[in-house]
Design a protein around this ligand. Structure first.
Ligand SMILES: [Zn+2]
Length: 304
């Protein structure tokens, strides 16, 4: 009897644990990241820390390991302002999916998205659903697929902090990398990707940095029936791929328009996000990244 009771108890605990591990849907992640306790995820605030902890829990639920000793990489960097330079402290969240090829696994593919936003302005929360909870849920989708189908090369899944303060997290990561930067094959950055249906087009930036990128974008966008164009905006330095680009690493940036009506506004809300579009972009990203991550030859940086 006691044994049966223990067995039942064990089963209940196990099913609860399993349930807890499967509750991170894109919609739930979006809801939490844009919720009022996070206060718009301004770098250095309590909401910023809560977002980091939550993303770590997501990575653990996917069985994705930390790359450094911890998932969190703290940094304090100077934000260039009119007043001189304010110090900002935040953390990057970094996960690692080891490559399957004994030689190629020493090279890295980076998939990244910033998780911070602009916080409170005039007492109003800026939830940052499109900018950039959309990118966070997209790279979690892609990371989940890669974890289930690992690539020959190793993959770093990086959620950058303090992007809105001037790409502080990504500059720090590049500056303090504990491995040679030349072992990074390519960087895929997702920033504001939640408006595919509204915009009707998936935009890229950086496609010239490796000869194969345009061809792959055309191929996989067509596979999922998504209209694709090179971004009309000249904002190479507008997001976290830029510090890598400066180091002559091939970078590819995914975006669904700047969404000017809601850009950095309290109206950048979760109910305006196109989740089906995010699924499509995740699939395009996964296929494209898989092809690059399994190529025999390393990509060559091409500045044009
Ligand atoms: Zn952004």
């Amino acid at each position: 009897m006691k044994k049966i009771f223990l067995y039942l108890l064990f089963s209940i605990v196990l099913s609860c644990l399993t349930f807890a591990q499967t509750t991170y849907t894109p919609q739930q992640n979006m809801k939490y990241l844009t919720s009022s306790p996070l206060q718009g995820r301004n770098a250095g605030t309590k909401g910023d820390s809560l977002a980091q902890i939550y993303i770590v829990e997501n990575l653990k639920s996917l069985n994705i390991k930390p790359f450094y000793t911890d998932y969190l990489q703290p940094f304090t960097s100077k934000m260039e302002t009119m007043r001189g330079g304010d110090l900002i402290s935040s953390k990057n969240v970094i996960g690692w999916i080891e490559g399957t090829d004994s030689v190629l696994k020493k090279e890295f593919i980076i998939i990244c998205a910033h998780f911070d936003h602009v916080g409170l302005e005039k007492g109003r929360i800026h939830p940052g659903a499109n900018d950039n909870a959309s990118g966070v849920i997209t790279i979690l989708n892609i990371a989940k697929m890669i974890q289930q189908n690992p690539l020959k090369r190793s993959v770093l899944v990086i959620f950058f902090g303090a992007e809105e303060k001037g790409l502080l997290g990504s500059y720090y990561f590049v500056k303090k990398a504990k491995f040679p930067l030349k072992t990074i094959d390519a960087v895929f950055n997702f920033d504001m990707v939640g408006k595919l249906k509204q915009e009707g087009t998936l935009y890229s930036k950086g496609e010239q940095t490796a000869k194969i990128f345009s061809e792959l974008l055309e191929k996989y966008a067509a596979k999922y029936n998504v209209k694709y164009e090179v971004s009309p905006f000249n904002y190479m330095n507008g997001s976290d791929h830029y510090p890598f680009y400066r180091k002559r690493i091939p970078v590819l940036f995914f975006n669904t328009g700047l969404d000017w009506d809601n850009y950095h506004q309290p109206s950048d809300l979760p109910e305006k996000i196109d989740y089906e579009g995010i699924e499509l972009i995740s699939k395009i990203g996964f296929d494209l990244i898989t092809e690059v991550g399994n190529k025999t030859e390393k990509l060559k940086f091409n500045k044009k």
